[in-house]
Design a protein around this ligand. Structure first.
Ligand code: CP
Ligand code: NVA
Length: 364
């Protein structure tokens, strides 16, 4: 569904509060409508959105963060209902959708992997058509990107991708908001380095986000775990327009020198078999984010991680890996994770504000 011709709308107009909030880059003096409406759109991957639309979502997230922090009620979507379909586990994404939904006045239904007929007794298409009759929006976390695309094609209501094997787009709005908070002069032209498993969903999405918003994206990891060539090509093209760039390298020093943001993620993602750990540790250990790595970056560089993270042995898997392979920290050293440069808990909190913005922008 396209957005052309729809009336632009800021936060507050939906319930007639007459207190419209505007995109942060809209000055009140100008009193112009927000430049973008995403009403009725699904949020499946960032490639479907223009840079202005992405910036709009980041600005809206900031506004919702202010409302939350000032304890200003914002039940703008009262009377609507959403359903959350999770085929993989989650802490942040599920809680963000639930709290954001409740703050907006929505009814929220959660379905875990064992509690729906989807896939086992009912096709994706049929599930989408049923849920679309009952709910105003559907969140899906699971496996192939084609599943979330199929849901969206058949539901008749907005569908939000809460993580697939290929992409994690809601994470990106929170991440870019966190980058903006730390670089208030602007994020265009910043150098963001993803260290480690650069073939995973978070790395793919970061590459797209950076390309769209004019950041210099560097994937630093082994040749065996690189983003797919076709996506690299697409992002390189997009970056050419935005003034950003895409670089793939195995050289940690080259990657991290002068970096503004260093980002990493776990080495084996959900849905991948445990047998992969031995090989991934062998391939990815040289790309752990250590204090030495952070020292190569700019002095004011920040560390980000979508979480959950294996930075110590306080988890079942962390303890098992320590026993089996003799390593107590995986993708990031505990000292970096706990350092002042680490903004991972701001980033996690921002998931809630940005998911609220995505729900609001598409449902209002
Ligand atoms: N970052 C993230 O998506 O976390 P969860 O898996 O806990 O939702
Ligand atoms: N790459 C990770 C991200 C978790 C938020 C995974 O898919 O498990």
């Amino acid at each position: 569904m396209g957005s052309a011709g729809r009336k632009a709308r800021g936060v507050g107009e939906a319930n007639g509060t007459n207190r419209p909030l505007r995109a942060a880059d809209d000055s009140d003096e100008r009193n112009e409508p927000m430049p973008t409406s995403l009403s009725g759109r699904s949020f499946l991957k960032l490639l479907d959105f223009t840079p202005d639309e992405i910036r709009h979502l980041i600005a809206l997230s900031k506004q919702f963060k202010n409302l939350k922090l000032t304890k200003t009620p914002h039940r703008y979507l009262e009377g609507k209902n959403i359903v959350l379909l999770f085929e993989k586990t989650s802490t942040r994404t599920r809680c963000s959708f639930e709290v954001a939904g409740r703050d907006l006045g929505l009814g929220v239904t959660y379905l875990d992997p064992g509690s729906s007929q989807m896939g086992k007794k009912e096709s994706i298409e049929d599930t989408a058509r049923v849920l679309g009759r009952m709910f105003d929006g559907i969140e899906y976390r699971g496996y192939a990107q084609s599943i979330v695309e199929d849901l969206a094609a058949n539901a008749g209501v907005p569908v939000w991708n809460g993580l697939t094997d290929e992409f994690h787009p809601t994470q990106m709005i929170a991440d870019m908001l966190t980058v903006e908070e730390n670089f208030p002069a602007g994020i265009e032209g910043l150098k963001l380095v993803f260290m480690g498993d650069a073939e995973n969903n978070v790395a793919n999405s970061l590459m797209v986000a950076c390309a769209k918003l004019g950041l210099h994206f560097v994937a630093c990891g082994p040749k065996e775990r690189r983003p797919h060539a076709a996506l690299v090509e697409t992002c390189t093209e997009i970056a050419r327009e935005s003034g950003g760039s895409v670089t793939l390298t195995e050289d940690v020093k080259e990657a991290c020198t002068g970096a503004d943001v260093i980002y990493t993620d776990i080495w084996v993602s959900m849905g991948e078999p445990d047998e992969l750990w031995a090989e991934r540790i062998r391939l990815l250990e040289p790309y752990r984010v250590t204090r030495d790595v952070m020292a190569m970056a700019h002095e004011n560089a920040i560390f980000l991680h979508c979480l959950p993270s294996f930075h110590d042995t306080k988890t079942t898997i962390g303890a098992e890996i320590a026993e089996k392979f003799g390593i107590e920290e995986m993708e990031v050293e505990d000292a970096v994770f706990e350092s002042k440069q680490s903004k991972v808990f701001d980033e996690a909190e921002n998931r809630m504000h940005s998911i609220k913005a995505i729900i609001y922008a598409t449902l209002a």
